[in-house]
Write a protein that binds this ligand. Structure first.
Ligand code: XMP
Ligand code: MG
Length: 187
């Protein structure tokens, strides 16, 4: 079998913040915890991924779960073309599944100001879900504007823009196997 070449950093990327092996180990640890925490529920767990950034994290995490679960997606918009959250979150696409009375686990790529996840938690709670938990791959605690309860956190990171493993800058770098810090864009 030929070995897979790891894409090199481009001129926009400063350094690898979290390498692929470290991500895989942490995703595995989170899956073990989720398997244990939901072992007792009788109904299927609905895993709701927030598009687009969570898609790789969600795919890797779900394939490590041995509890019964369904996958669904939601699409929200808060940033527009800026890299600063406005707090003005809108739903672009809702889940296919009716969440009423269901156990729901939200999967998000990164928690920054907290506006997006706060909006989603309020929205889902108003649908009378049976239970609601949140899992984020990355947490930037220094940027928090609203308090959000996180049940599963992959890594805490500093206040830098990161890409890779699902995260993008203007739709670029999503499929890098690692998480890299971007060189700040001068505006
Ligand atoms: P809030 O501020 O609502 O934002 O917690 C969460 C959303 O902001 C995006 N985000 C990032 N995306 N690299 C990215 O690719 C980053 O460093 C970053 N910081 C925030 C992301 O879409 C997340 O869902
Ligand atoms: Mg996102």
């Amino acid at each position: 079998m030929s070995s897979i070449a790891i894409p090199a950093l481009t001129k926009d990327l400063k350094r690898v913040l979290i390498d692929a092996d470290t991500i895989a180990r942490r995703v595995n640890e989170l899956a073990i915890k989720i398997n244990t925490d939901y072992a007792g529920i009788n109904d299927k767990l609905i895993i709701v991924g927030v598009l687009k950034g969570s898609f790789i994290f969600l795919a890797d995490l779900c394939r490590k779960l041995d509890i019964s679960h369904e996958v669904d997606f939601i699409s929200l918009s808060s940033y527009g073309n800026s890299d600063q959250s406005t707090g003005n979150v809108r739903m672009i696409m809702d889940t296919r599944e009716n969440l009423d009375g269901k156990h729901v686990l939200i999967i998000e790529d990164i928690l920054d100001s907290g506006y997006t996840l706060d909006y989603l938690c309020r929205n889902f709670t108003s649908r009378n879900v049976a239970s609601l938990k949140t899992a984020v791959l990355l947490d930037k605690p220094d940027r928090r504007k609203v308090d959000v309860t996180l049940d599963y956190i992959g890594f805490e990171i500093p206040d830098v823009w990161v890409v890779g493993y699902g995260l993008d800058y203007a739709e670029r770098y999503r499929t890098l196997p690692y998480i890299a810090e971007m060189i700040p864009v001068i505006k």
